[in-house]
Structures are given as C-alpha cells and as structure tokens.
Design a protein around this ligand. Structure first.
Ligand code: SF4
Length: 214
C-alpha cells in the first residue's frame, strides 16, 4: 500500500465547525498528548501481534502496513517488539481491497496532517475496520472514549461531522455513501429508522487487551 498515492474522491471540503471535538462521551483525558499517541500505537501493535498469532496471518496484514512502515512504527513507539519482527519473514506490501481503498481515501482525506504517523494511522484504521468487534476493541484500546479522542486528535474535521455520536464504523460507511452520492439508509431520518440501535446503540464491552495506562 502506497499511502501517499491514495485516491481522494470528491467528498465536499471538511467543515471547520464550531464545537470540534465536542462529544457526550468526553471525560477528562487520561493521557498527556505524547503519552496518548504512544499508548494508542502500542495498543494497535499489540492487538495486531495478538491477531496475527491467533489467526496465523502476518503482522503486516493484521496492522495494514508493509514491513518497512511496520518496522519504523515499532522503532518509534514499541521497540521491544523489534526482535520479534526481525525474527520472521517480512511482508513488503499489504494489499487493500476496493472497500478498504475507499475507507483509506476517507481517512487520508481527513487526517490532521501529512506526517508519517497520521498516514500509518489511516492505514491501520482501515484494516482494523475489517475486524468484527467494536472498532475500539479491534484497535486494542481500553474503551470507546479512547477511540473518540483518537479521532478528534488525528482526524478532527471528520470527528466533528459525527455530531450525533454514531458508532464509528457506521459513521465511516455513511460518509462513504455521501461521497458516492447515495444512501443505504432505509429511512429518511434516523429517529424513525428501525436500524437506529445498529447505528447509535452503545458500544460497551471488554478491551481485547489487558487494561493499561501507557
Ligand atoms: S439510523 Fe437508519 S437512517 Fe440513520 S444512519 Fe442508521 S440506517 Fe441510516
């Protein structure tokens, strides 16, 4: 996956709305900015290692990054896994299917900057959206609150669009529908929709990794 070459579609320009970052789920942050970034990337790597081990795939496939990016990510945020990475066969590239390409377009379009870590995060979110649990669980995070903070810090204008606090995966796919100019929704309004709980219900559950503070 060449992150710098991701296709950008015609979604209208992000709205720099007032209240960016506002959320009903938003308690006081548990991590300072740098610690939070280190924490989330550590979680992402740990859940990818776990899934690759359990499912028998490569770590690159689990995290959505080729070997060079995976190594650079580990050097930056979790160097203790380098011996493990270096002990196995490297996978230079990770292939994304059409659905993933569309999600990657969305995240690349709305990332807060063009830094390498923002690009990594766009690819990782894309790949982890393909997993079956709540997204925060499949990112290895401690709670949905942490996913909300991740979105506000790394994809602020996208997060600001989720004013009704939809489930994140549902929200991303709804954005894709808007980009393509159609809707999969069965009802004109969410309030009257039989699928309301699928889109807005709680995303509670246990973390897939041991709870930790850094
Ligand atoms: S609740 Fe219904 S109308 Fe609202 S986003 Fe979900 S499917 Fe669409």
């Amino acid at each position: 996956m060449n992150l710098t070459g991701a296709r950008i579609t015609s979604l209208e320009a992000p709205q720099a709305t007032a209240g960016v970052g506002a959320s009903s789920e938003d308690p006081a942050p548990a991590f300072a900015e740098d610690d939070f970034t280190r924490h989330i990337f550590s979680c992402l790597l740990q859940i990818a290692l776990s899934d690759a081990s359990v499912k028998g795939g490569t770590i690159e496939d689990a995290v959505g990054l080729g070997a060079d990016d995976l190594e650079a990510l580990a050097i930056t945020f979790k160097p203790d896994i380098l011996p493990l990475l270096n002990s196995r066969r490297r996978q230079p590239e990770v292939a994304f299917d059409e659905e993933e390409e569309q999600l990657l377009d969305l995240f690349m379009r709305f990332r807060s900057d063009t830094s390498r870590q923002s690009n990594w995060l766009a690819a990782i979110l894309t790949r982890r959206c393909m997993s079956p649990n709540h997204l925060w669980q499949d990112l290895g995070l401690n709670s949905r609150v942490e996913l909300g903070r991740l979105m506000r810090e790394f994809f602020p204008t996208l997060a600001a669009r989720n004013v009704l606090n939809m489930k994140w995966k549902k929200f991303f796919y709804r954005c894709l529908c808007e980009m393509e100019g159609f809707s999969l929704c069965a009802s004109p309004t969410c309030q009257q929709c039989n699928d309301y709980n699928d889109c807005f219900g709680e995303e509670t559950g246990l973390s897939r990794l041991p709870q930790k503070n850094n």
